[in-house]
Design a protein around this ligand. Structure first.
Ligand code: PMP
Ligand code: GLN
Length: 397
């Protein structure tokens, strides 16, 4: 197991820790290497947690999740296009989307199974799948098609060991969303080949362009789809560790059994605060979405005139992919140079898979003015790297 969980999920953050250490020692470092919102949790949610604590919510809670929270999650899920009959019995509350993904994988995958995943993919997927003894079957995406998966490639990967397709929409790191048409084709694949569809939808409340589609609402899909989400990003609640899975009732029973031997339920007062987040904080959510949209636009605008780097405009989320292929450096080498010489930290695309090797990922987690400053440093770094690589490649006279 230790080997199977030791990949990029564990090591991708090293550059982030280096950047934090340098910032702590007083250096002017702009940290864009992690998706942790810079905003604090909205006060109404904090107040709900405090008042719940004061009223004695300090005991074990229902292991599947407190019924009012599961009902609130089911309503939230239906309001985002989820299956119209999804109710509290279809929800399991877990410690963040990460824990929900891990628990779902443990309950669905067996050793030898294959799980089809487009790549680039969020850094933990590999370890989550491998921890069960299953194997990820990566489907490389192309920057030339904006990292959009092609359904025929997913289809071609299906074989006798295939157990599930794992998709992340809106996507980290690319910020792309699957269209209604793509979901319909993917749903047909799952039905025809008897596959589970696992959807990581943590950025579904942060869509700028377009609408979120929830494939469990498509015919014949609610019995084979698990939708995973959390409050971490949408409500600036990464540290609260509150997420969930929505899926068939029988699967929920297995998740509860796993939660019984792993967590014994999520903290009661945090669940009460989560109800407040889902029911009473729509304005906070709008502000959050607008803030990321403005920041995205600030990066696009600042880098628009660059002749070295290009941006891939995200339709959602809090990240942005920057194409650094023209610098002649690998993304790892470029990210190191950007931090060491220009004081900006970003993740190298390779952390998400080989297909993103020519890209770095910026997190939109500092105010727009600071992002513009980061982009200017990034552009200077790219120009210098390109000039150095060209010099190195020049034939000797
Ligand atoms: N999936 C994706 C795509 C993510 O970006 C993250 C990180 N926020 C997670 C899952 C884990 O989220 P959480 O903080 O809710 O565990
Ligand atoms: N999901 C966040 C990201 O992609 C961060 C999660 C973490 O800190 N491990 O950056």
């Amino acid at each position: 197991l230790t080997q199977r969980i030791a990949g990029e999920g564990a090591s991708a953050w090293n550059i982030h820790f280096r950047a934090k250490a340098r910032q702590a020692s007083g250096e002017d470092v702009i940290i864009l290497s992690v998706g942790d919102p810079d905003a604090d949790t909205p006060p109404a949610i904090v107040d709900a947690a405090v008042s719940s604590l004061r009223s004695g919510a300090t005991h074990y809670a229902d292991v599947q999740g407190k019924p009012p929270l599961r009902e609130a999650i089911a309503r939230h899920h239906r309001a985002r296009g989820g299956h119209g009959e999804a109710g509290a019995e279809n929800v399991a509350v877990l410690a963040g989307a990460q824990c929900a993904l891990y628990a779902t994988a443990q309950c669905l995958f067996d050793p030898g199974d294959e799980v089809i995943v487009p790549e680039p993919a969020y850094v933990t997927y590999e370890a989550v799948i491998q921890s069960t003894g299953a194997t990820p079957r990566w489907i490389p995406l192309s920057p030339e098609t904006g990292f959009q998966p092609r359904v025929e490639d997913l289809k071609a990967a299906i074989g006798p060991r295939s157990r599930a397709i794992l998709l992340n929409s809106p996507h980290n790191p690319t910020g792309q969303c699957l269209t209604a048409e793509q979901w319909e084709e993917i749903a047909a694949l799952c039905r025809d080949h008897d596959l589970w569809l696992i959807v990581d939808a943590v950025y579904a409340d942060l869509i700028f362009d377009g609408e979120h589609v929830s494939p469990d609402a498509l015919p014949g899909m609610c019995e084979r789809t698990v939708i995973i989400s959390s409050l971490s990003k949408s409500h600036a609640m990464t540290g609260w560790r509150l997420g969930w899975a929505v899926g068939p009732r029988e699967l929920m029973a297995h998740l509860v059994n796993l939660a019984l031997c792993m967590l014994y339920g999520s903290p009661s007062f945090i669940q009460d605060a989560a109800v407040a987040a889902l029911e009473d904080a729509p304005a906070a959510l709008d502000t959050m979405r607008e803030t990321y949209r403005e920041r995205r636009d600030a990066v696009v605008e600042t880098l628009a005139s660059s002749e070295v780097i290009a941006t891939l405009t995200p339709a959602a989320g809090m990240f942005m992919m920057i194409d650094i292929r023209a610098t002649g450096l690998s993304a790892h080498a470029f990210a190191d140079r950007l931090l060491d010489d220009y004081g900006v930290s970003a993740l190298a695309g390779e952390a998400f898979g080989a297909s993103a090797a020519g890209f770095i990922r910026l997190s939109l987690t500092v105010p727009a003015a600071r992002l513009r400053e980061a982009c200017q440093r990034l552009e200077r770094c790219a120009r210098e790297c390109q000039a150095t690589s060209r010099l190195a490649q020049r034939p000797l006279d």
